[in-house]
Design a protein around this ligand. Structure first.
Ligand code: TXA
Ligand code: MG
Length: 324
């Protein structure tokens, strides 16, 4: 065990990273668990701290498009369009990697996932150290992603020396991952902070969402049990579901307002002002809150399946109780 400090000291964060240590960093999506991507010993510490399977590759975080160009090659025109439209921001591009990217970062794949995060502190950090940072979400593998420094500490305290505290994440869901298949066609591999509608508007044609579920992903974000609460979670209509769990202590997660048929103290509302963006921003915090209550079951109602509502529903589905 080591002492984990939380603070806002960029120099300290930079020094730890230069020395090959891990630092949790704020981004607009979720907190990342960062290491110098060019130092394999440092990258190995990420897999160890998260207890992450070695076949699950890491996203490279860079300061801008020009730095990104050193680590990828054969960039399609649409990748430039998307990078110009959304970077810095919650979009990850999956592109052929250059020789500079260690195989450990991509888990042996010849493609690397890369993005420019939109957070003032982390952009300053990236500019200061001039190194690419490999960073998965800063949670123990399989649990809900962290959107505050406190969430990171709750999962990783004692395993990392420093958490750079940049406040609560503004988007609250992980980045959208876009790549190009063997036929050169654009695909969305993981829904996230940038909506599929916004991506289609930039490239000017429909972009399919790849729904292939695999336990050994050569496509991203598709491990079955991800983002899961400890308390089993089920999605559906609250009234109908409640019948199936009669006599059990229930926590209900609602989109906009309280359900008249349940006690208020058993409900959590994702978006008090009623926007889907607000629901996305609060989702992971509310899932953690629901998990912290002594409930036997969490019931969640899906959002309207459009815009960022699709990404929220995707995360709820992944949190849903399967055969565990
Ligand atoms: O918003 C985000 O994307 C956050 C912040 C920290 O940037 N990061 C994040 O990382 O969500 P992670 O590791 O929790 O999720 C990244 C997903 C994983 O499902 C991984 O399998 C996939 O991206 N991925 C990363 N590199 C890949 C690669 N080279 N090929 C295929 N999938 C990849
Ligand atoms: Mg993750």
């Amino acid at each position: 065990m080591m002492f984990t400090e939380t603070g806002t000291d960029l120099q300290k964060a930079a020094d730890f990273l230069r020395k090959g240590e891990l630092v949790a960093i704020p981004t607009e999506t979720v907190y990342g668990l960062a290491a110098n991507a060019l130092n394999e010993d440092a990258v190995l510490k990420i897999y160890a701290a998260k207890n992450r399977p070695r076949f699950n590759p890491l996203i490279l975080h860079v300061s801008g498009l020009s730095q990104a160009q050193a680590f990828v090659k054969d960039i399609p025109e649409e990748a430039y369009q998307l990078a110009n439209a959304f970077w810095p921001g919650p979009l990850t591009l999956l592109l052929p990697k250059s020789a500079l990217v260690p195989d450990l970062v991509t888990a042996g794949s010849d493609r690397v996932a890369i993005r420019v995060p939109d957070h003032r502190l982390t952009l300053q950090l990236l500019q200061e150290i001039q190194l690419p940072l490999a960073a998965p979400s800063a949670n123990p593998s399989g649990y809900v992603s962290p959107t505050t420094a406190e969430h990171v500490a709750a999962g990783l305290s004692g395993q990392i020396p420093y958490i750079l505290d940049g406040g609560a994440c503004q988007v609250g869901l992980e980045s959208t991952i876009v790549g190009w298949n063997e036929a050169g066609k654009t695909e969305i591999y993981r829904l996230g902070g940038i909506t599929s509608e916004a991506i289609e508007e930039v490239v000017g044609h429909p972009v399919p969402i790849s729904k292939k579920i695999t336990e050994n992903p050569d496509t991203p974000g598709q491990l079955k049990s991800h983002y899961a609460t400890h308390t089993p979670l089920y999605i559906g209509d609250a009234g109908q579901l409640a019948g199936s769990f009669a006599g059990m202590k229930i926590i209900l997660i609602r989109f906009k307002e309280l359900h008249p048929g349940f006690p208020a103290e058993q409900q959590l509302v994702l978006a008090p002002t009623g926007t889907k963006e607000e629901a996305a921003c609060n989702l992971f915090r509310i899932l953690r809150q629901a998990d912290a209550q002594e409930a036997e079951v969490i019931l969640a109602e899906a959002l309207p399946d459009e815009g960022i509502g699709k990404a929220v529903n995707d995360r709820l589905e992944r949190a849903q109780h399967l055969m565990k």
